[in-house]
Structure formats: C-alpha cells, structure tokens
Design a protein around this ligand. Sequence first.
Ligand SMILES: Cc1ncc(COP(=O)(O)O)c(C=O)c1O
Length: 439
Amino acid sequence: MEREERSLAPGASEETAVGRRVFAEGHGSVLTDLDGNQYIDFAAGALTQSLGHCHPEVVSALTEQASKLWNVHDSATPRRAELCDLLDRLLPEYLNTYTFLSTGAEVVEAALRVIQAVAPPGRNRIGALRHGFHGKTMGSRMLVHWDIGNQAFAGNSVLGYSPYCYRCPLELEYPSCGVRCASLVRRHISDKPNVSALVFEPVLGAAGVIVPPPGYWEQINDACRDNGVLLVADEVLTGGGRTGTFLASEALGIEPDLVTLSKGMANGFPFGVLAGRESILRSPESATAGSSASTYASNPLGIAAAAATLEVVERENLTERVRTLGAVLEEGLRALHSRYDVLGEVRGLGLLYGLEFVRDPASREPAPDIARAVYTHALDMGLRVSLGGHILRLAPPFTMDRTLIEEGLAILDRSMARAVSDAPALPDRPVTAMGDAAR
Ligand SMILES: Cc1ncc(COP(=O)(O)O)c(C=O)c1O
C-alpha cells in the first residue's frame, strides 16, 4: 500500500481509505487478505457479486470466452441472443428491448440520451429525487444533489422529495403524513409540463437504503402516467434480485418505462443493461444509427459473465432465496436495533440493508465516528460491510450460507458493543451529513 500510495491519486471510497486492507482472493462469501486473514463479505464486492466471489460457472464462462474472442465492437456474438432470452424471462414482459454497456453511469447516460431524444417539444427538464445517486459522469451527476465529493452540477434537472421518513424534511410522521412527500412530487409533475421523465432509485441505495413507505411510489407512478412523464428506474444497485424480486420496482408498485441495471448483472464483471419498452427504444427518435454503440458495448466477456450469472439466478430461483435469507438478516438486525441506542434505524428489504448510526435516538444526530468504529472493528473480527458516512450497508451474496449470515450478525453485535464502549475516545473526523457511501 505504501508503494502504490506514492503513485495513486487520492479520493478512494471511505471504506477503502478507512479499511486499509489488501484483498488477495475471494471465493464464495469469503475474502482473504494478503496476510491470510479471512472476512465474511456482507458487501458482496461492490454490492455486485450476487453469486459470491469467483462463482465457478461465471469463472468458466469468462475463461472460455477469454480464449475465444474479446472485442468485435458491438457485433453479434453467440451468447448475446442467449442473454436477450434470459432477460426476456427475468424482466417484466413489456421491458423487452435491451442495450448492453459496461458500467452503471454509462447506462444512466444512455437512458438520459433516450429521454432527450424522445422528449416532446418544450419538455426539456428531467425530474430526480433528493438523496438519489446515479453515478459520477456529467449527465448522471446532474441528477445527484448531495455531496459525494464532487461539486454540484444541477443542469436541467428538477428535484422531488425522497421518502426519507427517518429524517422527514417536512417534519411529518408516517402514516399520519398521508405520504405528503409523494403528493408534492406529484404536484411537481402535474404542474410542470416541462418535465419529460423522472429518473429515480426505487429504493435509494447510496444514501443509506431508503425504503419508501406504502403509497409513495403508487402515487408518483400514477402521476407520471397521467402526465406523460417517463418513469426511468435506476436499478443499477437494486436490480438482478437483490431486493427479493428481479426488479425492486416490481415489489413497489412501479411500472417503469426504462430500467438501468448493472451491479447484479455479471457478478462483479463490468457490465450494464438498459432495458425498456420497445415503443421507446425502437422509436425513430432514439434508435438512430450508432446510438447504442460504444467501444465496450456488448463486450463478449461481459455478455458471457452476465449470461452465466443470470442463468444461475434463474435456475436456482435465487430471488426466493434472497427473500428467505433476507428474513433471517432482518430478524437479526431488528434484535440489534432493540439493543443499541446508537443504531438509529435499520431499513431494507431482501438482502439489502442500511444501518443508520446516531449519537442518540432522541436527537438522531448522525454519528459517522460510531459507524466508522463499527466498520473497523467488524473488519478486524472478520466481517466486511459497506461504509458511507454514518451509514453501514449490508448486501451479502444471494448464495451465502445461513450460518455465515448468523456469524456475520454476531460479529456486528460484538463490533457495536466495542464501538459503544470506546465511543468517547474516538476521533471525530469531519464527514458530510449524508456521508460518502462507497459506490
Ligand atoms: C443507483 C445507482 N446508479 C448508478 C450508479 C453508478 O454506477 P457505476 O459506479 O457503475 O458507474 C450506482 C453506483 O453505485 C448506483 O448505485
């Protein structure tokens, strides 16, 4: 690390900067560092390895492809049609047209191009949600309005309230609030005929797994439908089964017109999919020559990794396993919540959880020092989670054994106990209130 630090530009994720580990290998749900220490990986790489590290079927698909063909621009290759068939079966039937790219932000950019291409005249603004995260490229950053270490770039976006009940900006309580945040977004959409699309995370992942209350999405979904506003679900993090359905949108009453997918698609290999309605992605406005091409679009290695990953997800009915294991995780986390005052809120669904650490339950003052201490102690005890500001995120592989989930929960328990007993001695390094979630 000392050697590379002389050469690398700073700006690593908070979890990498704080964790300071050199990971050498990963197999299944367990990582091994250069010193031979092992870690249960509750962060599945970068919330990517749904099948665990180096899943044998993905390794063999990649190895086989690596000895055959790496790049022929976006030409047809044998497994591309197979991947289309898999997506046809896994995604809602009407989302039947795809573009294959490499990263989450690249897919969001592709969606933004489509939105602009099909927007009716005069509709030049794009809706987004507070606390949403969509990537770090210029277009995607236009939709991101909290400090992620880059300067803001609002562009032509307009913002709506996210369903962050624990820190309600309207200072209301669910359910007596009547989901006012959603009515305000709704009003925004119907009063502003200049909005062409709403780009949103169904569950806001980077900001700490913010799960909307019932009624939020139903209202907004209908408002968009009634006003001709495209629903563009950014499921880069939630897609692929992570929340217990292939798309989080399916469980939350959203019928998106376009969906962006990436992290869960190819088990950690760079790959992304823009999926959408045929009427949009085949429209003459959006389907101009070259519009879905790029150097690594439809890359054969990515296609092979994605096809192998999704084959396993489908064959082993892993979305159901996510729900079953998710219930175990949730029960353990609820028990921790009832025992530790500093654990202000536990939120999530499926195998995606956010733990929000606070100074005390009454003030709800964010406690990034405590989150960081829990993260560090957990690493020292053999558990890796994802750290961002005062929030820890958990996203274990879908294939993790129940015993490892339980072991991980026990380590979290011990880490919290140690963090609480050490709390006054911890240094208070400045971080932003929203944190700097590792992406
Ligand atoms: C919802 C969402 N969209 C987009 C992105 C950007 O993806 P990438 O980092 O692959 O560019 C992320 C990354 O975490 C994400 O969570």
